[in-house]
Write a protein that binds this ligand. Sequence first.
Ligand code: GMT
Length: 390
Amino acid sequence: MNERLKIGITCYPTLGGSGVVATELGKLLAEKGHEVHFITHSMPFRLGKFDRNIFYHEVEVSDYYVFRYPPYDLSLASKLAQVANMEQLDLLHVHYAIPHAVCALLAKQMVGDRLKVVTTLHGTDITVLAQDQSISDLIRYAINQSDAVTAVSADLINETRRTLAIERPIELTYNFVDKRIYYPRDVSELRGEFVAPGEKLLMHISNFRPVKRVLDVVDIFAKVNDKVPSRLMFVGEGPDLSKVIHRIKELGLADRVTFCGKQDDVAQIISLADLMLLPSEKESFGLVALEAMACGVPTVGSNAGGIPELITHGQTGYLASVGDTETMAAHAIRLLQNEALYADFRAACIDRAHRTFCNNTIARQYERIYYDVLGRPAPETESSRQTCLR
Ligand code: GMT
């Protein structure tokens, strides 16, 4: 085992890909023998079973009556410093610049320079929040003052440099999948409950925010269903859900669409699908497309942000310009109508996901960053030689 590190992790624990990535990374680091302390406002939703290397510290916010807005950020900073002192943490790895990186820097001021801060940028902290001039200086400050900064795609690194005129090094650390969880599952029996023989199942998983362009999903599905008898399954909930329901009724497609709401066992559900749809306006990475890829399900979507770094157009999916649902539907139809082509895509998906986005490889990259900021040599061990190739 590597020299055991004591790592504090802060993320948005109850929603979004960044919370999933932070939680899965923490679990993996704990599995490698490190001591991991989650410091968040709620229990991370994918934390799962008890592990003796994982600890959870809840941030409680004061609701003292003089506060018009309960000061969550100060409570978090204070808790980070408290846990760092109490548990002698080596570093804080915070996911998302606002407010987590800022809070971690405040905690570092309180604890002393021995506590290192690693910040991972996930996307909307730059592509949405950093556009707002009222907080862009604060985000720039947090990025510049962190001991190390990582981002989940090359596109996000470029966007960060462009938007905030950042010159410091930012390391590319792609999101990852655990192939023990994300692999093509045998779900033939369950699939029969959703699709008739000969039909295809298209799927979309998101938080239904405007950036996901969920009405494009409906549009693509309607076009595909005209040529290839299909069903559509939505997983997740969010602000644009009612628009989707309305549009589906308008198109008379209600009996072909299933809404599953929020679900935990995403790997099982994805395995039901023939195609994942991800036509987002912005997407710094697109974790769901990676999860689908690992389960052997190609994605058709937009070429926004970091999606092309993940989906190889013409090999593991098809991409088109944002809003071009005509082309996306044409790609989907071609793929679903050609069994041999589909089999090639499926094999390429599994191979690429498990090889390029292997959890062990990415966790080792994070470990190396941790040892670097602590000024300690990264030990060469059995686990660091572990290969992801099958
Ligand atoms: O996409 C979201 O709505 C949630 C957001 C988040 O903060 O969790 O996702 C961002 O981080 C994910 C994990 O790194 C990425 O896979 C998503 O692409 C990114 N979302 C956007 O850039 C819109």
